[in-house]
Design a protein around this ligand. Structure first.
Ligand SMILES: Cc1ncc(COP(=O)(O)O)c(C=O)c1O
Length: 405
């Protein structure tokens, strides 16, 4: 096929949910991808935080090939045992906070959150779920109901009842809203889609304390932040926060669709046979790939690389705030970073200019542009992409918005 034939086919037969960038990607290697005409691009989105150890990664290819050669799906699915699943569980046990003693699998982040909400209601025999404004938890009907952004919710009314919202980072509001009807609080340790909002260090610790005091469970959605995206394997683990549910997806299998959620002892002992399930949950192929990815993260000390590269990027980006009056903020943690512009129009134009210069970034929450490259990126690669980004900002500002001073 040529790019044109691909565009024509997708435009004609695919449901029109996306405004697409006019490029057809054929292959990738590390932080680079190539279109059908052989043009090279830099990917600073890692497929929305998914290809955490780069495109075309050898350890993923080998795990896929080896496991596919053995078995992809068990007879009777999860009703039979699998050595690939047991190996992954043993690795997850090493990296998960120690209070989380039960794991189950899913195919996407939304499914992992959906299951956690469902099970939290069952375990507490309460109905209400508290979530935060600007949060993002998925696109199923329950996770859209838990999402604190009107654009993802309001068109689908009536949503599921019993979801209540408070501002992110506001402990007074949390204390006020918690009552005997609240089954659980769901939150991201750093809001990703909501504009890379990093709360104060004590926010999660205090949230755990308030939830416990109220007999409500804490569901922490580490779908975007997990697997070293911000430095540590999990933010909750690094802070010593004892959550009741920790949900995982995206980076867990480096691009292969896979997800999981882990639960505290208190939750596990209140669950019964048949409370949850799913045809593909814990399929051997996904387990083998997730095992290979997590082992790579551990063996290559990716956590350290993320912390070093995150500091390097923030140092470079930090200067833009002083240099360009349209850049109003630069923030993030590890390799989950965002440049915030004065207005949405600038963010769109900069993002388009980056694309014209063959750099993929992600416009987020109107005025922001999110930068979240592969976690094994090196300094030279990071510098190359950030230089393109800076040049894009300069071009847009020169063309359209001379500094008023
Ligand atoms: C924090 C968070 N939760 C949940 C999801 C939904 O995950 P998925 O798209 O795999 O369903 C996302 C996706 O962006 C996310 O960032």
């Amino acid at each position: 096929m040529t790019s044109k034939a691909t565009f024509d086919m997708e435009d004609k037969f695919m449901a029109p949910f996306f405004v697409k960038q006019r490029v057809s990607i054929e292959k990738g290697d590390g932080i680079h991808v190539w279109d059908e005409e052989g043009n090279r691009y830099i990917d600073f989105t890692s497929g929305w935080g998914v290809t955490c150890i780069g495109h075309g990664q050898k350890v993923i290819r080998e795990a896929l090939y080896e496991q596919a050669g053995k078995i992809i799906q068990n007879p009777n699915s999860g009703l039979t045992y699998s050595p690939a699943r047991a190996s992954l569980l043993s690795l997850l046990r090493e990296i998960l906070p120690p209070n989380l003693t039960g794991v189950f699998f899913a195919n996407s982040g939304a499914e992992a959150n959906d299951a956690s909400i469902k099970l939290a209601r069952k375990v507490t025999n309460r109905m209400d779920v508290v979530s935060t404004l600007q949060s993002f938890h998925g696109r199923t009907i329950s996770t859209a109901s838990a999402t604190g952004q009107a654009s993802h919710r309001d068109k689908f009314n009536p949503l599921m009842p019993n979801f209540r919202f408070i501002p992110f980072g506001d402990l007074d509001a949390l204390e006020e809203i918690l009552d005997e009807n609240v089954a659980a609080m769901i939150l991201e340790p750093v809001q990703g889609e909501g504009g890379v909002r990093v709360p104060s260090d004590d926010y999660l610790v205090e949230t755990e304390r308030l939830c416990k005091k109220n007999g409500s469970l804490l569901i922490v959605d580490e779908i975007q932040t997990g697997f070293c995206r911000t430095g540590p394997m999990f933010i909750t683990g690094a802070l010593g926060v004892n959550v009741d549910f920790l949900t995982m997806a995206k980076g867990i299998a480096g691009g292969f669709p896979f997800a999981a959620f882990s639960m505290s002892e208190q939750v596990v002992k209140n669950l019964d046979l048949g409370d949850h399930g799913g045809t593909y949950c814990g399929n051997p192929l996904g387990c083998a790939v997730a095992h290979a990815v997590i082992k790579y993260l551990m063996d290559h000390n990716i956590s350290d690389n993320v912390e070093r590269m995150g500091r390097f990027a923030l140092d470079m980006m930090g200067q833009w705030k002083a240099q360009y009056h349209k850049v109003v903020d630069v923030r993030g943690k590890g390799l989950l970073l965002l440049v915030e512009f004065e207005d949405e129009d600038t963010a769109v134009r900069v993002s388009d200019e980056c694309f014209a210069r063959r750099l993929f970034v992600r416009q987020t929450h109107g005025t922001g542009i999110r930068i979240f490259p592969a976690l094994n990126i090196n300094e030279g690669e990071l510098e190359e992409g950030l230089t393109i980004f800076r040049e894009a900002v300069e071009v847009i500002m020169d063309k359209n918005w001379p500094d008023p001073s």
